[in-house]
Ligand binder design. Structure first.
Ligand SMILES: C[S@@+](CC[C@H](N)C(=O)[O-])C[C@H]1O[C@@H](n2cnc3c(N)ncnc32)[C@H](O)[C@@H]1O
Length: 241
């Protein structure tokens, strides 16, 4: 029903309205990350690890990944659901492997090795829409593991949420309660300065760090910045050593 046509357009409008700006934000976030994936592939990176992949469909929709091996890492429960959904679907990536890992409890390093990751080759790491759901210690630990498994030239594309809008500051306690209630507690909010320090300390140089809304014009989309909620940024970094 969300296909082209007046009914589809009307339903899409309704979904957008109900999502209060979130749908537009996620579209732009996805666009920015796709752009970074294309750049990394053009640089010759042949392996990609999608961390907290959820229903990420890049390995099934991006023709640019035809010479790239993709490993999807996710919480075992989410990954089991995803695997049942993609079973039998042709992928556009050269290969797709799965590593079930709970970032809060299990070893990402073992998961990666078990899924065929090559730490001696440059990797494109995609970590989209996950850090807000992790405790700060799990974010740091995951960054440590991926940095240790990043050959020079590896790229990291990640999104993270800053607790920065005025409305967010005022509404934070209520918003946190509401998100906890729907089962999505916000645990890992990080300022831009903190994220810069975290990445630089692990040998990554930041190429870009932007708000998806600010990149709207690049995608032919009107700039729209919701007044509520934390601001989610997309950072692209390259491993220099
Ligand atoms: C909002 S979804 C984002 C999915 C996808 N990356 C995207 O952008 O569409 C959050 C993802 O984080 C994963 N996640 C949350 N906590 C996790 C944990 N402790 N360990 C592993 N994955 C986790 C969930 O399983 C889910 O796939």
């Amino acid at each position: 029903v969300l296909r082209p046509g007046p009914l589809g357009a009307a339903l899409r409008g309704l979904v957008r309205l109900k999502a209060g700006g979130l749908a537009g934000h996620v579209e732009l976030r996805t666009g920015l990350i796709d752009e970074a994936v294309r750049e990394a592939v053009a640089e010759g990176l042949g392996q990609t690890v999608v961390l907290g992949a959820g229903l990420d469909a890049r390995a099934w929709r991006m023709a640019e990944l035809s010479a790239v091996d993709v490993i999807e890492v996710d919480h075992p429960a989410t990954q089991a659901f995803k695997r049942a959904r993609v079973e039998g679907l042709p992928h556009t990536a050269r290969s797709v492997a799965f590593a079930p890992v709970d970032f809060e409890r299990a070893s990402l390093r073992d998961g990666l090795l078990g899924a065929g990751h090559h730490p001696d080759r440059a990797t494109l790491w995609v970590w989209e829409g996950v850090t807000p759901y992790l405790q700060p210690a799990a974010i740091d630990h995951t960054l440590d593991v991926l940095a240790a498994a990043s050959a020079p030239g590896s790229r990291l594309v990640l999104s993270y949420c800053e607790p920065s809008t005025v409305a967010w500051r005022l509404l934070a306690p209520l918003a946190r309660l509401a998100l906890r209630w729907v089962g999505e507690p916000l645990l890992g909010l990080i300022s831009r300065d903190q994220m810069t320090q975290k990445l630089q300390a692990r040998g990554f140089r930041i190429l870009r760090d932007e708000l998806p809304a600010a990149a709207g014009p690049r995608f032919g989309v009107r700039r729209w910045r919701g007044p509520f909620g934390p601001e989610e940024r997309v950072a692209v970094a390259v491993r220099t050593r």
